[in-house]
Design a protein around this ligand. Structure first.
Ligand code: ATP
Length: 235
């Protein structure tokens, strides 16, 4: 469904992605691993339209999406959950969720309301906190909110950047359970995650990056591939 072919990205003179190629097939969870600064976030932001590639192609179900705006990419069924979560501190949980409506074009008011109730059923903690300002939510609740917000639009592919960073182990368990559920529903995920052993249990395949390039592709669960991955990212 998603295919990147020889994607190059620059920040000013910095050649940050140097020919990245990868794919995510329908229903797959694909891990994107590597040390700090190798270009994982930039890869995800480029797919989502936050950063424009200078060269190369990005296709989704055969349609060229490279260089489209974030809004246009989201209409192709791709949703980004960024590392900083983008929770609006002055807005309530519900108002933050409602920011996700911009991704739900074509839904009637009744459909939106039903979708919101579905999200509250799936995330009871968010339902309890629906009137509270975003800032009063814990880090884990904010992460749940960020994911719940993009689920409103039923994306086919979620790009999730470091969801568990800085969170307590029990919340990390909840987040992995949630991502497992998303996978069960047939939605694909491209996941950047520092907790590699844990992520590998969820992933079908993975890529490892080094200095703006993909240096390894492998299958999760394959002992040889996983060993090569650990070598590639800890070198
Ligand atoms: N807005 C920016 N302007 C200039 N350089 C940037 C910008 N954002 C990232 N970079 C640089 O681009 C390179 C890739 O960064 P990126 O955030 O994609 O890496 P990453 O693998 O996701 O790392 P991290 O795990 O630290 O987020 C780094 O050298 C980083 O310093």
């Amino acid at each position: 469904m998603l295919r990147l072919d020889d994607v190059h990205v620059y920040y000013g003179l910095g050649h940050v992605l140097q020919g990245v190629s990868m794919e995510v097939r329908p229903g797959e969870v694909v891990g994107l691993f590597g040390r700090n600064g190798v270009g994982k976030t930039t890869t995800i932001k480029t797919i989502a339209g936050w950063v424009a590639p200078r060269q190369g192609s990005i296709e989704l179900d055969g349609a060229a999406i490279g260089g489209l705006t974030p809004d246009q990419v989201s209409r192709h069924g791709v949703a980004l959950v960024p590392e900083d979560r983008r929770i609006f501190p002055a807005l309530s949980t519900e108002e933050n969720l409602e920011m996700g409506w911009s991704l739900c074009r074509g839904m009637t008011k009744a459909q939106r309301k039903a979708k919101l109730e579905e999200v509250y059923e799936r995330f009871p903690r968010l339902a309890q906190r629906r009137r509270q300002p975003g800032t009063t939510l814990s880090g884990g609740e904010q992460q749940m909110l960020a994911i719940a917000r993009v689920l409103l639009s039923d994306p086919d592919l979620l790009l999730i950047d470091e969801p568990t960073e800085g969170l307590a182990p029990i919340i990390v368990d909840d987040l992995f359970r949630l991502m497992g559920e998303i996978k069960q529903r047939g939605q694909s995920i491209l996941l950047v995650e520092q907790n590699v052993p844990r992520a590998l249990k969820l992933c079908d395949r993975f890529y490892a990056m080094e200095r703006g390039q993909v240096v390894l592709e492998g299958r999760a669960g394959d002992a040889g591939d996983e060993e090569r991955l650990m070598e590639a990212i800890t070198m």
